[in-house]
Design a binder for this molecule. Structure first.
Ligand SMILES: C[S@@+](CC[C@H](N)C(=O)[O-])C[C@H]1O[C@@H](n2cnc3c(N)ncnc32)[C@H](O)[C@@H]1O
Length: 443
C-alpha cells in the first residue's frame, strides 16, 4: 500500500499544475497515483480528469471570485480551488467535506496563509453557484479555450455545440475482438456470462461497446489476447487498407500499436509488418501489445519521414499513416488537450502531416494503397492536407469511400465524435497506379 504523503486534493492540484505547465495527464498522473492510498486512486483519477474537463468553466468562476489572481508561487492553490469547485459543482460529495478537506489540503501544500481565502471563497461559491450567467459565454459554458470554440464554430457551423457537448461526455469503453481467436458473438456470450453488459458496434466488424467501463483484468481472456480495448473509429482503419495475403505493410506512426495489432489480427498471412514510431519509449507499448496478442511485427524507432535512416529500399504494398495531430476528435478521452493544445500548434502539425504523407508516398509500391488517418476534427489537418497533396502529386488517386459511416468531405471521410459511440476521426484512402495487375497504360 502506498503511504499517503499528501491529502488527495493536494495531489490532484499538483497534477493540474503540472498539466498547466505542459505535461499530459498520462505523464503527470501515474507518479501521482503512487502518492495516494490504493483506495483513493480512482478518486484521484476522477478529480484530475474532471478538473481538466471543467477547467475553463471553473477557472472563469475563480477569476470572478478572486479579487486579484494568486501569486505565481501560490498557483497550486488556484488548482486546489479548481478541484474543490469541480467537486461542489459536479460531484455528489458533501459540501462540508469538500470545504474542510480543501482547507486541510491547502495547509498540507504549505500554504497556511491562504486557508482563510480558500475557506471564504468556497463558502461564497456554495451560497451562489453563478452558473446562470455564463450561457452567452460558450468558452465558459462548454468549458473549452476560446480559440477552440471559435475554430469549431468556424469549421462546423451546424455541429459545433454538439461537438463541444460531446467533448465533455464520458467516452464509452469499446473492445476489438481478436478475429484470430474467435468471433464477436462468442465473445459477447463470454462477457454476458461474466455479467458484463455489451452490444455490437454499429460500423466496426469486430467491435463491442460496453454499457459501463470495467478494468481490463475483468475482461475474459484479456491477458491471453482474446480482446483489446480500441475505439470503434480507430477500428475502421484496417478495413480501408484492403489487406491481402503476401503484402508488405508499413504502420508509419504506430505507437501504442492499436492499429498495428488490429491489421495483424485481420490478415494473418501478410509477408511482413513494419511498425515505426519516433518515440522509442512508446514503442515499448507496441511490443507489449504484440506480445499479449501473440503477433509479430518489426519495430523501428525512427522518424518515418527520414527514410534514408531506416528504409531497406523495398516498397510497401500498404501504408497506414496515422499522423500526429491535434487530437481534437478525442478530447472526451483526453480532456487535458483543452489545456495543452494551442491554436499555434495546428499549422506546424499540418506541415508535418503533409511532409510525412509525401515521404510515405515515395516508398509505396506501384499498385499500393496508403490510408491517411487522424483523430482530428479540423479540416486543416484532414481533407485540406489531402487536397494539397493531390495538387502536388499527379499519380495519387483518391479512392471514393463507399462506407456507411462518417460524412463525405471534399476529400476523404470525417467521423465527428458521437457521445453514444465512436470518437472523432478522419480517413482518406489514396491508391498508387501501376503494379502487376494494372492495365498496360496504367503502369
Ligand atoms: C496518433 S498516434 C498513433 C496511434 C497508433 N497508430 C495506434 O493506433 O495505436 C501518432 C504517433 O506518431 C508518432 N510520431 C510522430 N511523429 C512521427 C514521425 N515523424 N515518425 C514516426 N512516428 C511519429 C508519435 O510518437 C505517436 O506515437
Amino acid at each position: 500500500m502506498a503511504h499517503s504523503l499528501l491529502p488527495l486534493r493536494a495531489v490532484a492540484a499538483r497534477v493540474l499544475l503540472a498539466v498547466e505547465q505542459g505535461q499530459s495527464l498520462s505523464q503527470a498522473l501515474p507518479p501521482a497515483l503512487d502518492q495516494v492510498e490504493d483506495g483513493e486512486r480512482s478518486s484521484l483519477q476522477a478529480l484530475c480528469y474532471g478538473g481538466c474537463r471543467w477547467f475553463h468553466r471553473l477557472d472563469g468562476e475563480l477569476a470572478e471570485r478572486l479579487r486579484k489572481p494568486l501569486r505565481k508561487q501560490d498557483r497550486v492553490v488556484h488548482h486546489l480551488l479548481v478541484v474543490a469547485l469541480f467537486q461542489l459543482r459536479f460531484s455528489q460529495q458533501a459540501d462540508y467535506a469538500v470545504l474542510n478537506e480543501t482547507v486541510e489540503a491547502c495547509r498540507a501544500l504549505a500554504k497556511p496563509h491562504l486557508t482563510g481565502l480558500v475557506n471564504g471563497l468556497l463558502r461564497k461559491a456554495l451560497r451562489d453557484d453563478s452558473l446562470a450567467d455564463i450561457r452567452d459565454n460558450p468558452a465558459r459554458h462548454y468549458s473549452h479555450p476560446d480559440w477552440l470554440v471559435a475554430k469549431l464554430k468556424h469549421n462546423w457551423p451546424d455541429d459545433w455545440t454538439a461537438i463541444l457537448d460531446g467533448n465533455n461526455s464520458q467516452a464509452p469503453m469499446t473492445l476489438r475482438v481478436n478475429a484470430r481467436r474467435g468471433n464477436r458473438e462468442d465473445y459477447l456470450a463470454r462477457l454476458q456470462a461474466e455479467g458484463i453488459e455489451a452490444s455490437a458496434t454499429r460500423f466496426a466488424r469486430h467491435g463491442l461497446q460496453l454499457a459501463r467501463p470495467v478494468p481490463v483484468d475483468r475482461l475474459p481472456g484479456f491477458a491471453d489476447g482474446s480482446v483489446s480495448v480500441q475505439d470503434e473509429a480507430a477500428q475502421l482503419s484496417t478495413d480501408l487498407l484492403a489487406l491481402a495475403p503476401g503484402q508488405r505493410v508499413l504502420d508509419a506512426c504506430a505507437a501504442p500499436g492499436g492499429k498495428t495489432c488490429a491489421l495483424l489480427e485481420q490478415q494473418p498471412d501478410l509477408a511482413e509488418v513494419v511498425a515505426i514510431d519516433q518515440a522509442s519509449e512508446r514503442l515499448a507499448r507496441v511490443e507489449e501489445n504484440l506480445e499479449r496478442l501473440d503477433l509479430d511485427a518489426r519495430l523501428v524507432a525512427a522518424d518515418a519521414g527520414d527514410t534514408e535512416q531506416w528504409w531497406d529500399g523495398q516498397p510497401f504494398d500498404r501504408i497506414l499513416l496515422d499522423v500526429p495531430c491535434s487530437a481534437s476528435g478525442v478530447i472526451r478521452r483526453h480532456p487535458d488537450i483543452k489545456l495543452l493544445r494551442r491554436e499555434a500548434d495546428i499549422a506546424p502539425l499540418a506541415k508535418i502531416q503533409l511532409g510525412l504523407l509525401a515521404a510515405m508516398w515515395r516508398i509505396l509500391a506501384p499498385g499500393g494503397r496508403l490510408v491517411y488517418a487522424t483523430c482530428s476534427v479540423f479540416p486543416q489537418e484532414n481533407h485540406r492536407i489531402i487536397e494539397r497533396f493531390l495538387k502536388q502529386q499527379d499519380d495519387a488517386r483518391l479512392v471514393d469511400l463507399d462506407v456507411p459511416w462518417g460524412r463525405p468531405m471534399p476529400a476523404g471521410r470525417q467521423l465527428l465524435p458521437d457521445p453514444l459511440s465512436h470518437d472523432g476521426f478522419y480517413y482518406a484512402v489514396l491508391d498508387k497506379p501501376g503494379g502487376p495487375d494494372a492495365p498496360a497504360d496504367d503502369r
